[in-house]
Design a protein around this ligand. Structure first.
Ligand code: ADP
Length: 613
């Protein structure tokens, strides 16, 4: 239908050609600028209709001198374009002015009528009857049914302009909506002047000037779109922008559990590309996050889920923890169509929470320890005061008695003075023990570490205590594993340990009893075991005898001398040597005290002189 050979130059064909191309170009720019929004697509449909009209008129003018038949055909197509303008422009108008909801029926009606006129225009000769010839070229000749179309065109023009007018009048002056309505009202009012081109179709010798109002309209519309855009920030328009800029990963699954939509955050979180995820089940696409993918599968189509935690990894060298919330998306009939999942990486938050909890429990522990220490200190002070006051009270009372009763019989006087003597000894021992203990605890003791033989120490202590054993008629037996290696220790302090335990054995073993001392090797340690068949220690006291001032509350213990500090000092010394001490006992049958010391060079925390000086 178009052959280059048929074209004859006609300057009157140029304005509509330029206008057509400009209109089309504007439509395409708007589509790109508004990123495929409904408004821009509708505007494109209007520009397609309008540019079809202008372009075909132009072609018809080019062909008018050589082939009237073809020119007629192009004129027919041009009117096809005109037929679609009312519906496209009206639809565009109501959508841009956001009145489309209440005009739905009318939009359908307009498209239906325009389509009918398009079909009738293209397939029949009902509307046209050949061409009119004018000095500037040819123009289509309208039959009377064309008046119906012209009526429709005019009515739609009025309807469209009315939409802008209503919004212009009703909206707030300072809003974009108001300014946009005003600008479009002016632009399209001018554009509709192009309808004067109906005149030559009715035989009026009017030169078709539609290009001029169309170009004016084009400029105004471009300016309006440039200044105010076409679209307000509606949820639908903002959705893609929000999806791509949100901090959470978004995953939309269909009811079959297939991934249908993900955002950029999802890809960076899972370390995979969008095309690896879309159209696949999570377990197939999310290979780096197996557990997380399985969680998604279970959630898909099931409804809402809140704060489900799932592991992801190993990925990028570690495991991450994700927090997943999901909701069911429904269509307007309330039927579920998809599961929308929002995912957050909470690894850092979890780690910080764990660290905080750890810190809190450490603080609590330290606080409890401090409270305990404070309590211990209070107890210690009151016990020490009590222990010091008891002998002092006795001494003071007895000395006062001696001073008051000068005429006291000699034997009675000697008895009182020997009690004073015993109590003074007790006081002195108590003060020595207290000082000793506090110096050890404060770390101000000068330890003299050297390689020492426990066998020698035990032998020398037994020898020095020989008289005590004899006085009480106690039998002492020893059992040493031969050639035992030395330990690294402070000889005097270890002598103090053995002496404390042995003197307790002497104190708490009745006349004729047996004390057994054994020395043996236990892997990297030397164990010294001192047992007696004395009064034993009640079960409820066994764990407490190493505490300061603790003594069994039985009559026999009360009758023996003691401060209750000996075993506390003993434990401190043993532990300073890197050893341990324990006691087992059966009341009425006897007790066994065992302490172990690491062997010299056995890799334990054995101290040297230099460290402790
Ligand atoms: P002290 O002997 O000065 O009372 P210690 O600290 O040495 O203080 O001992 C604490 C308590 O442990 C003793 O009062 C006693 O009740 C108990 N005890 C220690 N050794 C023995 C033992 N071999 N047999 C029975 N009880 C003992």
């Amino acid at each position: 239908m178009f052959l280059a050979a048929d074209v004859t130059f006609n300057p009157h064909a140029l304005p509509p050609l330029v206008t057509a191309l400009a209109i089309l170009l504007l439509g395409l720019i708007v589509v790109l600028r508004e990123k495929g929004s409904r408004e821009s697509l509708l505007y494109l449909s209007y520009t397609l209709a309008a540019s079809t009209w202008m372009f075909c008129v132009s072609v018809a003018l080019f062909l008018s001198l050589s082939s009237e038949e073809k020119a007629y055909q192009w004129m027919t197509i041009a009117n096809g374009g005109v037929a679609m303008i009312p519906a496209a422009l009206y639809h565009f108008t109501v959508v841009v002015m956001q009145t489309d909801n209440r005009n739905r029926q009318f939009i359908r009606f307009a498209w239906a009528v325009s389509s009918v006129f398009l079909v009738v225009t293209l397939l029949t000769d009902v509307l046209f009857a050949g061409l009119y010839h004018y000095s500037w070229g040819i123009f289509v000749r309208f039959r009377w049914p064309s008046f119906l179309f012209m009526g429709y065109f005019m009515a739609m023009s009025v309807m469209t302009l009315r939409e802008y007018w209503v919004v212009y009048r009703s909206s707030d002056r300072n809003t974009t909506r108001h300014r946009r309505a005003k600008a479009f009202l002016i632009a399209f009012s001018i554009g509709y002047l192009g309808a004067l081109d109906f005149l030559p179709a009715l035989g009026v010798p009017y030169y078709p000037l539609s290009s001029i109002p169309m170009i004016c309209m084009l400029v105004l519309v471009s300016r309006t779109i440039w200044q105010h855009r076409l679209v307000d920030i509606t949820p639908a328009f903002a959705a893609r922008e929000i999806i791509d800029t949100m901090n959470e990963a978004l995953i939309v699954l269909d009811l079959e559990g297939v991934v249908r939509l993900v955002n950029q955050e999802t890809c960076s979180l899972l370390g995979c590309r969008e095309k690896d995820l879309i159209g696949r089940r999570p377990v197939d696409g999310m290979t780096t996050c197996r557990q997380f993918a399985e969680q998604l599968e279970t959630i898909a189509g099931k409804g809402a889920a809140r704060n489900v935690e799932a592991e992801c990894g190993p990925h990028n060298g570690g495991y991450r923890t994700f927090n997943l919330s999901a909701s069911l998306m429904k269509n307007h009939r309330g039927e579920p169509v998809a599961t929308v999942c929002l995912v957050n990486d909470i690894t850092d938050r979890k780690r910080a929470e764990q660290e905080r909890e750890q810190l809190i429990s450490q603080l609590q522990e330290a606080n409890e320890k401090l409270q305990m220490l404070d309590k211990m200190k209070t107890n210690f002070i009151s016990t020490v005061s009590h222990e010091l006051r008891t002998p002092l009270t006795t001494i003071k009372a007895f000395v006062e008695l001696l001073l008051l009763k000068q005429a006291m019989p000699h034997e009675r006087r000697v008895k009182l003075m020997s009690t004073v003597n015993v109590e003074t000894d007790r006081l002195a021992r108590l003060i020595t023990d207290l000082l000793d203990l506090s110096r050890i605890e404060a770390g101000s003791v000068k330890w003299q570490f050297a390689l020492v033989s426990m066998e020698d120490i035990i032998q020398s202590v037994i020898e020095s205590m020989g008289v005590l054993f004899e006085n009480k008629g106690l039998q002492v037996t020893v059992e040493f594993t031969p050639r035992l290696p030395p330990v690294s220790g402070d000889r005097d302090r270890l002598v103090q340990v053995v002496t404390n335990i042995l003197s307790n054995a002497v104190k708490f073993t009745p006349r004729g009893g047996v004390i057994h001392v054994a020395l043996r090797r236990e892997t990297a340690q030397l164990a010294v075991e001192i047992s007696d068949n004395g009064i034993g220690i009640p079960a409820e006291h066994i764990d407490l005898i190493f505490e300061k001032f603790h003594r069994s509350d039985d009559v026999l213990t009360a009758a023996t001398e003691g401060t209750g500090l000996g075993l506390a000092i003993t434990r401190q010394i043993v532990e300073y040597h890197g050893g341990t001490i324990r006691a087992v006992s059966t009341q009425g049958k006897g007790s066994t005290f065992t302490f172990s010391l690491p062997l010299a060079g056995a890799g334990g925390t054995v101290r040297t002189d230099r460290e402790t000086a």
